[in-house]
Design a protein around this ligand. Structure first.
Ligand code: DUC
Ligand code: ZN
Ligand code: ZN
Length: 469
């Protein structure tokens, strides 16, 4: 691999903003300087007029994953390629324990599938079956595989739910061992009761997915999870926050100095529950958990990003096609055509996170350029044990770099995406800010609309301690 010089880009990190040259050698950043002299064998990329930012880190994806009766449609190859075109060079994807099985087996299975990734990948482990052996196996994953974060669901009793007592024990273990517990915080027992009632009353339409998951159920579960984490004296990370009641609880705890961290996702920042009023089965595209909320929640989330009550923007990329024609029934929302209760929960987004947040965040004056980098790369890297290898532009860090045109306007179209999914939540939306080139450890993998990366070109990332910023 020849050395690379990225010349005269405007370098943006979570704290800096200056114009300089970056010399890359052996996949890492070797030197940053005003005007670096190089030999004729160095490959030069002119970045004048462009922003140079650390490759994005998306800490919430579900690739090649079984979710209930359906499977997500992106493989590690296609999902990681889509991520790269969106300026993301690292994914932390969800591996999952199966009922009655060890999480160690779940990781082995994930690792095989993840071998196809074209960008770097790490894993969180979803725990769904808890006993004393589970805790021992989690410690093995921590020590042997560098899995330093675990996700627990407070929903879907009998299938996914970890009860409050189990959550307490897991939090104690993660807190004592430099790991971070992540929770899906909604009250599953209340939601299941509301779903049962709606089904009994003959309601089938997708809008009932949202009507049976009111924001108060997210607020309540978030409050409970925070109190359990306080009891365990452990840091806690709340995934996919959508509701202002949840954010209020996070803010209140953080103001008291409790180490609570949280993410939100682009769909909660740009879309509202109005999408569920669309005709026919169309609203199924927006069936994800938690569901889209009213405008007031969206406003609160933007405030939370600016005030650091939310520290990460991830995508929860959990893609199912809208129609079964694209890749088959098993990969589509059509599984739930007859009842909202069976529509696979999840939506795509891995390819549009960076341009959307740049456009709606920096472009609309809601967050600064530095905050953009903090939310999409540096914060995720620090919280999840990847910093400073990932998440910044510094001497010694991996040369995961995005050359980004902050002025170019373009329109989001699913037909132009690289994901296998057949729709975008943001179809037809004009955004300003476009990825021009992406380097993964010094390799040019995206050049305009050209794909230069390769299946299996990503590396598995064992992680260090998680749970502090
Ligand atoms: N939670 C997720 O984080 N992703 C998809 C579905 C869900 O319930
Ligand atoms: Zn979840
Ligand atoms: Zn998810």
């Amino acid at each position: 691999m020849s050395d690379i010089l990225i010349r005269q880009g405007r370098i943006i990190t979570a704290s800096d903003d200056y114009t300089a040259d970056i010399l890359v050698s052996g996949g890492r950043i070797r030197m940053i300087g005003e005007a670096i002299d190089v030999g004729a064998d160095t490959e030069i990329h002119d970045a004048s007029g462009l922003l140079v930012m650390p490759g994005g880190i998306d800490v919430h994806t579900h690739l090649e994953a079984a979710v209930g009766a359906a499977n997500t449609v992106d493989t590690f190859e296609t999902g990681s390629m889509a991520a790269a075109f969106g300026g993301t060079t690292t994914l932390i994807d969800y591996a999952k324990q199966d009922k009655g099985a060890s999480p160690i087996a779940g990781f082995a299975d994930w690792r095989q599938r993840a071998a196809g990734a074209a960008i770097d990948v790490a894993a969180h482990m979803i725990i769904v079956d808890f006993n004393e052996q589970t805790l021992i196996d989690m410690k093995s994953l921590l020590a042997d595989e560098g899995i330093t974060s675990f996700k627990m669901f407070m929903v879907r009793p009998g299938e996914l739910l970890i009860d409050d007592g189990q959550l307490l024990k897991i939090l104690r273990m993660t807190g004592d061992n430099g790991a971070l517990s992540c929770v899906h915080a909604e009250n599953g027992l209340i939601i299941d009761t509301l779903v049962e009632e709606a089904v009994a009353e003959g309601h089938n339409d997708p809008i009932y997915h949202a009507l049976t998951r009111p924001s108060s159920t997210e607020g309540e579960a978030t409050h409970r999870a925070i109190r359990i984490a306080e009891l365990a004296e452990a840091p806690l990370y709340i995934v996919h926050v959508s509701a202002s009641e949840a954010l209020d609880n996070i803010t209140e705890a953080r103001d008291r100095g409790v180490p609570i961290f949280a993410e939100t996702c682009p769909h909660y920042l740009f879309l509202t529950e109005a999408e569920y009023d669309k005709p026919g089965f169309e609203p199924a595209k927006y069936v994800m958990s938690p569901p889209l909320r009213a405008q007031s929640h969206q406003d609160a989330l933007w405030r939370g990003l600016a005030s650091d009550d939310l520290q990460v923007v991830s995508t929860d990329h959990c893609p199912f096609c809208f129609t079964e024609h694209a890749h088959g029934l098993k990969y589509s929302k059509e599984v739930g055509r007859d009842s909202f209760a069976r529509i696979p929960n999840g939506a795509p987004g891995v390819e549009t996170r960076m341009p959307l947040i740049f456009s709606g965040g920096v472009g609309q004056g809601r967050i600064s350029l530095n905050r953009f980098v903090q939310l999409t790369a540096t914060g995720p890297a620090k919280l999840f044990g990847l910093f400073p290898k990932k998440g910044t532009i510094a001497v010694g860090s991996d040369a995961d770099l995005v050359l980004f045109d902050g002025q170019e306007s373009w329109t989001i179209r699913a037909a132009e995406h690289h994901s296998r999914v057949d729709y975008s939540l943001f179809e037809g939306r004009e955004v300003t800010g476009r990825v021009k080139k992406v380097f993964l450890r010094g390799e040019l993998i995206v050049d305009g609309q050209s794909w230069l990366g390769q299946k299996g070109g990503g590396e598995y990332l064992p992680r260090g301690a998680s749970g502090s910023l």
